[in-house]
Design a protein around this ligand. Structure first.
Ligand SMILES: Nc1nc2c(ncn2[C@@H]2O[C@H](COP(=O)(O)OP(=O)(O)OP(=O)(O)O)[C@@H](O)[C@H]2O)c(=O)[nH]1
Ligand SMILES: [Mg+2]
Length: 454
């Protein structure tokens, strides 16, 4: 990030024509900018903090730029903990451009992406997790992802991590006190106490790490792909799930050649549903290519829907398809139950089975429920203390738990100063998540993905 002493400016609203646009300034020169160029009835007004004033903004030649509403916010109760000014003008690119130019003539520079939030982090108002949550919140595409980003912004995850590190710190302080008495060894009952308290947070940290996959589904969505023999009714099922005629359906086996992708929302999760070509060997080059694409799409799916045509005799080819996706999260769907004469013997499959008629819409809501429960397992929004959404958090937490693992394995055998190293390493990993310690490179990567003006 560039110089943090500079006063910065950026449009806070999307660029384009709109009712109003908001331009935000942060830094020492924010107030003097308004005092110089903002007037009401030719008079400069005294600006009280956190109050909205109506007036006009003038340029250096004393010509009106626009009629505006302005607010000055004095620190520390501001977004950045610095003096902040917001100018609400008419939503025109030209007006915004003029204001930005005027500010630059007042030695205020354009902000980099995420620079306002970066300052909030730098000035200690929020930690790195909360800064990331701001970006998540802005980009949230479903109600569930909005809720979880808001929880993170509220500091839920931060509080949990602080609890872990304060427990580790207590044990570390205790152990280091004993290091100063070289003859002494830890009393047996204290070793037990330490083991208990570290084991306790070790389990909690592992539980938290295991929420990462669900967290990702909530934020980034999940890919669900249809697999089966030609004519099983995959495309019919795709359309039934989407409630839209997206994919061509016909009684000719081999209708779908290319992969067809369409997103829809399921209980607040963005699902990318992929229809694929029926899996069979063929001499037709186009169909071969379709099958290759189908397999590629299926290998990347979070959930595979194995579609069986229940109206025909179960074939070895279908059993082969099922066995090739063993180990993948899947649902076996018996389709065409409306014309099914006998129950297929599915002993070769040990996952969940749902009966549907894609043509008539029977069983579709059960299938949707099953997909959601497979993705989120027992997760209920708001019921879980917190869960991980960022790869960065996940990796650091896994590293932190592995240091505790070492600690627990070594507690009876190794010297106290070596034990303290495991705890220090654990604290370091935890601190990297909240941003108490972080490298310039990590910060740059996080904040550069922000929008300008945030
Ligand atoms: N009776 C009945 N017919 C169905 C059902 N689902 C699909 N069909 C019919 O089965 C035929 C094949 O359906 P598709 O959805 O095109 O099957 P597909 O698996 O996509 O086939 P390919 O694209 O060739 O791999 C069509 O004639 C559908 O109308 C169902 O639930 N009941
Ligand atoms: Mg099809």
């Amino acid at each position: 990030m560039a110089n943090n002493k500079d006063t910065i400016i950026a449009p806070a609203t999307a660029v384009g024509n709109s009712g109003i646009a908001i331009v935000r300034i942060s830094g020492e020169r924010a107030l003097s900018f308004l005092q110089t160029y903002f007037r009401n009835n030719k008079k400069h007004i005294k600006l009280d903090s956190h109050r909205l004033y109506l007036g006009r903004l003038f340029d250096v030649a004393d010509l009106v730029i626009d009629e505006v509403m302005v607010v000055y916010m004095s620190p520390p109760g501001t977004y950045t903990c610095e003096p902040v000014v917001e100018i609400h003008c008419h939503g025109s690119r030209q007006i915004v451009r003029k204001i930005l130019e005027l500010a630059q003539s007042h030695h205020i520079r354009l902000a980099q992406p995420g620079e306002f939030t970066y300052r909030a982090y730098l000035n200690g108002r929020i930690d790195l997790i909360q800064a990331e949550a701001v970006s998540r919140l802005i980009h949230s595409s479903t109600d569930l992802s909005r809720k979880s980003a808001l929880q993170q912004l509220d500091g839920l995850l931060s509080r949990q991590l602080h609890y872990f590190s304060s427990t580790v710190k207590q044990v570390l302080v205790y152990i280091e006190a004993w290091i100063d008495f070289p003859e002494e060894v830890l009393p047996e009952e204290n070793i037990q106490q330490i083991t208990d308290s570290i084991s306790h947070i070790y389990r909690q940290m592992n539980d938290l790490a295991s929420t990462y996959k669900k967290g990702q589904y909530v934020h980034s969505g999940a890919t669900v792909a249809l697999a089966g023999l030609p004519n099983a009714g995959k495309s019919s099922l795709m359309n039934a799930l989407l409630q839209q005629e997206r994919s061509i359906v016909s009684s000719i086996p081999g209708t779908t050649r290319d992969t067809i992708e369409q997103s829809f929302q399921l209980e607040g999760i963005e699902i990318r549903l992929v229809d694929t070509a029926g899996l069979r060997s063929s001499d037709d080059f186009v169909e071969q290519e379709g099958v290759r694409r189908a397999k590629a799409a299926l290998s990347h799916a979070d959930v595979v829907l194995l579609v069986l045509d229940g109206s025909v005799t179960l074939s070895d080819q279908f059993a082969d398809i099922v066995s090739s996706y063993r180990g993948t999260t899947s649902v076996l769907i018996i389709n065409k139950t409306d014309i099914m004469s006998h129950e297929p013997d599915l002993r070769f499959y040990d996952g969940p089975v749902v009966r549907v008629s894609a043509k008539h819409g029977d069983g579709i809501s059960e299938l949707k429920d099953k997909i959601v429960s497979l993705l989120l397992q027992d997760y209920l929004p708001g019921a879980e203390p917190s869960y991980l959404t960022e790869q960065r958090h996940y990796e650091a937490l896994v590293a932190a738990t592995s240091h505790l693992d070492n600690f627990l394995g070594n507690i009876n055998d190794v010297e106290l100063d070596l034990l303290s190293i495991d705890l220090r390493d654990c604290l370091q990993s935890l601190a990297s998540i909240t941003g108490e310690v972080s490298s310039e490179a990590v910060l740059d990567e996080i904040f550069s993905s922000f929008c300008i003006g945030k």
